[in-house]
Ligand binder design. Structure first.
Ligand code: G3P
Ligand code: CA
Length: 308
């Protein structure tokens, strides 16, 4: 508990200065992560992973959301990667740009505003923050490269989702090329800082074939009888929390994955304290959440006598 108490004290100070607003790029890593740098992660509680960044604090999948997670003291963030018409990898969740940018206003004749129909230069001009709140206007859809740079600066780690790979033939190779060029596949770093996940098993098999060192995660809840087949190519089974039971988690964790370690379970998207306590009691290894602060607090309360 000492570890978690120190960590909490460190991040509470930083959280107090967390202000919504346009995305500046401070030169230094946020103080919360610097304060946490020497603190081991292994406290026995599930890892808390900020979904699309701290996406309840800042517009999802932007650098601001990454910074918000860092300011709260969270090392791990999740994101979604897709490809533009001219082959650039960008961090955005939906197949279309309409929900999270001003693309309809800016390009009214380009319905249905699919990511793959726009060039990187066009996407770079969109406002990806105004929909979330006026203080965030001017945030951009980041390229994967810019996103990795920000994580590097913040000393954060990445759960990267290959989104709809069926729409983007060869995207796995494209993603791995960027990761390699940016040093994310270096042998001494790859296992500590990166997981590549997808709903698409074939995409994960491709990642494994191209870069066997990369840790992979399958999004979904395969039947228990099929789990051994999944363990041949994935290190994690990451199910929605609605499908999760303690028996299922145990069945996954009994198996060893392609890196000869027990399979891990990261469940999503848990945004309430009761849900966080329930999945923690079921034995998950990680909780993916839009509200990492709230989940951390729920997990800490769970460990204090009289609060169970
Ligand atoms: O990380 C799991 C979760 O992100 C999968 O669903 O739709 O939020 O990408 P979605
Ligand atoms: Ca995702």
């Amino acid at each position: 508990m000492y570890v978690r108490t120190v960590a909490t004290a460190a991040v509470l100070g930083a959280a107090a200065v967390l202000n919504p607003g346009p995305v500046a790029a401070p030169a230094q890593p946020p103080a919360a992560l610097s304060a946490l740098a020497g603190i081991p992660e292994e406290s026995g509680a599930p890892l808390v992973i900020a979904h699309r960044g701290a996406s309840a604090q800042a517009p999802e999948n932007t650098l601001a959301a990454v910074d918000a997670a860092a300011l709260l003291g969270f090392r791990w963030v999740e994101n979604d990667v897709q490809r533009t018409r001219d082959g650039e990898l960008v961090v955005v969740h939906d197949e279309g740009l309409a929900r999270t940018t001003d693309v309809e206003e800016r390009f009214p004749s380009r319905a249905p505003w699919r990511v793959r129909d726009f060039t990187a230069a066009e996407i770079a001009t969109l406002d990806a923050g105004g929909w979330f709140g006026p203080a965030w206007a001017g945030a951009r859809v980041p390229t994967l490269r810019a996103y990795l740079h920000r994580l590097d600066r913040n000393r954060q780690r990445l759960l990267l989702e290959v989104k709809r790979p069926g729409l983007y033939p060869g995207i796995e190779g494209d993603i791995l090329r960027v990761l390699r060029a940016e040093g994310w596949l270096d042998p001494d770093r790859v296992r500590r800082r990166l997981v590549v996940q997808s709903f698409d098993a074939e995409s994960l098999r491709t990642v494994r074939r191209l870069a066997p060192r990369v840790v992979t995660g399958f999004l979904g809840t395969p039947p228990v009888a099929e789990l051994p087949a999944y363990a041949a190519f994935t290190d994690q089974i990451n199910p929605p929390h609605t499908t999760l039971t303690a028996d299922y988690v145990a069945a996954v964790q009994r198996l060893k994955g392609p890196h000869h370690r027990p399979l891990r379970v990261n469940t999503w998207t848990v945004n309430d304290p009761a849900g966080a306590r329930r999945v923690a009691a079921a034995g998950v290894d990680g909780i993916i959440t839009d509200r990492p602060d709230l989940v951390r607090e729920a997990l800490e309360e769970r460990t204090e006598p009289g609060k169970r």
